[in-house]
Design a protein around this ligand. Sequence first.
Ligand code: ZN
Length: 179
Amino acid sequence: MPEAADEEPIIDLGSDSHFMGQALREAGKAYARGEVPVGAVVVREGRIIGRAFNQVEELKDATAHAEMLSLTQAQSVIGDWRLTDADLYVTKEPCPMCAGAIVHCRIRRVIFGCGDPKGGAAGGFTNLLQVATLNHRSEITVGIMEEESKALLRSFFQEARSVAAQRKAQNSGAGPDTE
Ligand code: ZN
């Protein structure tokens, strides 16, 4: 660490909201590409060693969640599958697949934005990150930049619904009105 400056820093570069902001930037990239907007970063010793956004459609791979892609990147950066001193920031609560991967990689702490009561595996409908019988458990921090993460998902699905409704209206309209 460098010598502390006299004045307080305006942005705390080590804070949870700083890194969640980075995860949100990744989610924004997903949004722009028509992917469900979820983003993730892996942080170790104050440095981002993995960053990714959901790419299921682009890669035509149902496992290409932001968490999975960022974990793979982080493991290759440090040359070890053990991410014991790394933390994962993700805009939405991880699903069971990603929670499983997080435990396998031994991530120290998982920080997420909005919860997913229906599909979340970090305390939403279940909690795979803290199973007593497994050999690793991750700490969980909830609700960092929750509103921003939720708003992005909400507007994505609203848009998707209105596109689907338009298409339906076009298909069921009076004849081939293509104009
Ligand atoms: Zn997932």
